[in-house]
Write a protein of this length. Sequence first.
Length: 175
Amino acid sequence: MTDFKAEKVRWSSDQEGTWLSFLVTNHAAARNYAESVERPQRVSVKEWREKRSLDANGYAWVLINALAQHYGVEPEEVYKQNIARVGGFEIFPVREDAAERWAHIWGSKGLGWFTRDLGPSKLRGYVNVACYYGSSVYDTKQMSTLIDRLVDDCKAVGIPTETPEELARMKEEWA
């Protein structure tokens, strides 16, 4: 898969059909891609968001470990509590007899991928299950929210964090 950042979008029509054109920032990559296409392509377009920095994930885990040590719990518990607070989840109706298996399958995607049973669904024989996404798929905004919450929690119990200036600098790099 190839990703391009499109600054502008335009369409046009000619004798061949309708064209959707993108003004991209990486000229060489766009040219190489266009020249290598030999078969029809599947095209998906979505709003551009910068991928989060690995530094963001590293700093989140510094904070998570500090909070876990403070409270005497496992870091995974702090992580999952904060994943739930950020709120990246979908609700799915799942057959009652398959809910445990569904939780296992969903959870196999990673540490932050967990489920919560919300009780009976409108559908007979089903329960509603909240399925949380781990931070591995968070965009910059979601990761920033996660870190803000962790920083607030650390400050509330006297755990030192980066200075506001350093946090602002890191967030600018993530944006």
